[in-house]
Design a protein around this ligand. Sequence first.
Ligand SMILES: [Zn+2]
Length: 425
Amino acid sequence: MEVRRTVPVKPDVDSDDAALLRETVGEFLWAANYVVDHAWQGAYKTTSKAQLQEETYDEVREQTRLHANLVQNARNKAADAVQSAVARWKQNKYAGKPHFSTPTVVYDKRCATFHDESVSLATVDGRIDINYVLPDADRDTPHSRYLDNDAYEVTGAELHHKHDEWFLHLRTKAEVESDMPEQATTEHSTVLGVDLGVNHLAVTSTGVFWSGHEFDHWRREYEKRRASLQRCGSRHAHENIQSVGRKETGRFTMMLHRIANGIIEEAVEAGCTVIAFENLTGIRDQLSGPSWGHKWVFERLYEYVAYKAEPRGIAVEQVDPENTSRRCSHCGFTHPDNRDGEDFECLNCGYENHADYNAAKNIGLRYLHRNQTGDGGGAPVGVRLNRGMVNANGEYEPPAGNSGQSGSPRESPTLSEANGEAVSE
Ligand SMILES: [Zn+2]
């Protein structure tokens, strides 16, 4: 069987290379957006890669300095995005016109050459050679497992530029003997589901809760201070209001870094390679009332987790949020009455748990389902719970060593008021 792994590496980019890569990213995104614009014209959206190639290739070559294969990769990226929008329409779901702004370039072996410790990348002005910043070879890292392993071949890469840092996500594949122990092929394919909410800012499928009380308390507090300064109305007061704003942002930023670190720790400890969140646009739609603060909090938290996860080799993904709070993570029955505030009790099977924890499990499961119906390459196998794991069919596997236990799944978390405390029985 074929096994695929993505290995993040840090390229050692000097300032000249960085300037070239930035221009390459800019033209690559321009090309992808140009193809989307073209595909989107008229009532019928063009999804055929061959047709889009025929209709856009010459113009994109003319307007950019991109290598021919980068033009094709941009066209593929555009075609895939248009295809998934059309697929959503077929399921009666909303999808707007795709637009690419995240700085990314897709490389394959025709526009990049992958060596053991370096890579040669096509740019808008010829090729550049870049060394990898590699970790200690003796440590057990994705590098030592897949890059230093002759069985794995690098097939392509995505270049990312984030917070002024460059990353390469190398795609690798290997032919693995089918009698290889199951453990070896699945150990790096586990999902941590994370539910974001108002009462608890974040809840993981492993049962860790981060309360929203601290955030609510300080937001009210800063609101009061601002209101009392507002009543003074002088220029001095205006400056003080701004300083309150800076303090507020600073406090919340620190709080969110702490939560993000906790989520990463949780994923690392549970051996997860993917952290799944709800799509943030969906979360925003669910919130009513004065929710600007929460929107800001969720966006920052997602950003921090994604930023911190990258160098750890953990992918951060978003899933469709529809019904994650109404669906029973045990039997799949979906009904608004399953949920009553913080309590979840399934009307079909009687499964009871904290509503946010049930949602976190659903988010992990949704990621599994989505990827199992995809191309199947490296499909993840389980959602990590605080005890054991649940697979895509909702079947519960107790943790190793606990298999002698009988009775119902012991995965219910007990709530702890302490922020970020891992909960167990
Ligand atoms: Zn149920």
